[in-house]
Design a protein around this ligand. Structure first.
Ligand code: ITT
Length: 195
């Protein structure tokens, strides 16, 4: 079996762990750290798609190699899909997970509709061409934080069909529902057809 080597353009080690846990043997995913690339990747745009494209384009320009990036946002419907593309910096540029959660719970306190979704966009640059894949996980925001696994907003998000937060799940369990897993499955299916 041919093993495809591909660079994952992210500086988020939690994302690297999650993606490596779903790709199996077919893909050799190399993180920026493993590739020796120490590059701050810009996310200046107002959509997940545009940010994901920018990240993969920057790394492709540096390496000339096949690569992919992903941008993920938590979209809360009662808040007009905020924090969305601003998920990492909702409470400010210091990218503090706990401050982001505190602000979200404060803004959502008066709302009865707690429905939200995680949305992941993967931008793949394969042999010089770009392909986009999307994964969505619907669920609800709990007003009380629970669990210590995962990262980001995991402790306040219960996916549809589950009765506990992402942060109360092992990575394998989170993968049964996860936005990132859904987008990654499409990426893998695409790559399998290319070889
Ligand atoms: P890169 O751009 O380097 O990939 P990042 O941490 O900036 O990493 P994003 O902009 O895509 O990543 O993510 C925005 C934030 O959304 C992220 O920092 C987390 O707080 C949150 N987030 C992303 N995926 C999540 C998940 O699966 N569970 C919980 N929170 C998540």
């Amino acid at each position: 079996m041919t093993r495809i080597e591909i660079i994952f353009a992210t500086n988020n080690s939690n994302k690297v762990k999650e993606i490596k846990s779903v790709v199996g043997e077919q893909l050799n995913v190399i993180s920026l750290q493993e590739a020796g690339i120490n590059q701050d990747i810009p996310e200046p745009h107002d959509s997940l798609e545009a940010n994901a494209s920018e990240k993969s384009a920057v790394i492709h320009a540096i390496t000339g190699k096949n690569c992919f990036s992903e941008d993920t946002g938590l979209e809360v419907f009662a808040l007009n899909k905020a924090p969305g593309v601003k998920s990492a910096r909702y409470a400010g540029d210091h990218r503090d997970f706990q401050a982001n959660i505190d602000l979200l719970l404060k803004n959502l306190a008066a709302e009865t509709n707690k429905i939200a979704q995680f949305r992941t966009i993967i931008s793949l640059i394969w042999q010089g061409n770009e392909y986009l894949f999307e994964g969505i996980c619907k669920g609800i925001i709990t007003m009380e934080q629970k669990g210590s696994e995962g990262f980001g907003y995991d402790s306040i998000f219960i996916p549809e069909g589950a009765n506990k937060t992402f942060a109360e799940m092992s990575m394998e369990e989170k993968n049964k529902y996860s936005h990132r897993k859904k987008a990654t499955t499409q990426l893998i299916d695409f790559l399998k057809k290319q070889i």
